[in-house]
Design a protein around this ligand. Structure first.
Ligand code: ADE
Ligand code: ZN
Length: 319
């Protein structure tokens, strides 16, 4: 039995398995530049975040209708349930769809259809987090927030993802202020490829409650001390870090050192269809590679509920 856990760092578009991508391509008359699923999987050799993102955004061409987004999310939730996930806070990237002519309403309505049924069908409670693409302009982020206004009852918060280096958090100050004023919760990717200063800036300028990744905080002892003292949750994704070459091999991942330093770590899957495992696979992998014992795996699972946007009672009940 997998340990019950919450998943807090999961891009729904990153759960698009090759088999579903080909099925949706056939349904929607989209031609993919790969002969078959095997050839597509062979393309999953990334040099860095950008080479991954190029393939990732390209493959999204197959997602066109509400039914496509519903099927994508339902397939993830079924897999997540089998991996012990009891609660999932799910990112989506509206700008990557709107730019292809798919309206934001299609994306949100489709995802919502699967999410609304998830508790009953899979035993997984859900929340939706809308991410801004940080390599797009601040104006585009503001337009996206505006376009999302009719759907705010379905969205718990906003996040920031895509190519990090050269796109510091401060670029999105205004849209984060606007999101906070709307009552949305705030998270941001920081310190994945970008420097520790981006983590500090996400906390001080964007006022985020959680840091997605945060791996590179380990280069700044004062920042580590602050994050530990304030119990700022870090949503780590060890398999992603290896596949995107943030670290060479899993055995070198700082997760154990981060726990030793008192950091509020959680373990997540990021883009599991691309990175070789879902969240319980990741728990197993870190146990094998880093010797993280069962007690510490339980701590990671407990942290995931504590760091979630579930209210206290629901989080305690899930534990
Ligand atoms: N979008 C999907 N996965 C991502 C990651 N690991 N970092 C930044 N943006 C992403
Ligand atoms: Zn991510």
């Amino acid at each position: 039995m997998p340990i019950p856990k919450a998943e807090l760092h999961l891009h729904i578009e990153g759960t698009l398995e090759p088999e579903l991508a080909f099925a949706l391509a056939a349904r929607n008359g989209v031609e993919l530049p790969y002969a078959d699923t095997e050839e597509l999987r062979k393309a999953y050799l990334f040099d860095d975040l950008q080479t991954f993102l190029n393939l990732y955004y390209g493959l999204m061409a197959v997602l066109r209708t509400e039914a496509d987004f519903e099927e994508l999310a339902d397939a993830y939730l079924a897999r997540a349930a089998a991996q012990g996930v009891r609660h999932a806070e799910i990112f989506f990237d509206p700008q990557a769809h709107v730019v292809r002519g798919v309206p934001i309403g299609t994306v949100i309505e489709g995802l919502s259809r699967a999410l609304e049924r998830s508790q009953e069908r899979h035993g997984v409670s859900t929340r939706l987090i809308m991410c801004f693409l940080r390599d797009q302009s601040a104006e585009s982020a503001l337009e996206t927030l505006e376009a999302a206004k009719p759907y705010l009852d379905r969205i718990i918060g906003v996040g920031l993802d895509s190519a990090e280096v050269g796109h510091p958090p401060v670029k999105f100050r205004e849209v984060y202020e606007a999101a906070a004023a709307l009552g949305l919760r705030l998270v941001a990717h920081a310190g994945e490829e970008g420097p520790p200063a981006y983590i500090t800036e996400a906390l001080d300028v964007l006022r985020v409650e959680r840091i997605d990744h945060g791996l590179r905080c380990m280069e700044d002892p004062e920042l580590v001390e602050r994050l530990a003292r304030d119990r700022v949750p870090l949503t780590l994704c060890p398999l992603s870090n290896v596949r995107l070459r943030a670290i060479d091999v899993l055995e070198e991942h700082p997760l154990a050192r981060m726990l030793d330093a008192g950091l509020m770590c959680t373990v997540n899957s990021d883009d599991p269809a691309y990175f070789g495992g879902y969240v319980d696979d990741t728990f197993h992998a870190v146990r094998e590679a880093l010797g993280i014992d069962h007690e510490r795996l339980r701590t990671l699972a407990r942290n995931s509920f504590e760091a979630s946007f579930l209210d206290r009672d629901a989080a305690d009940e899930a534990l």
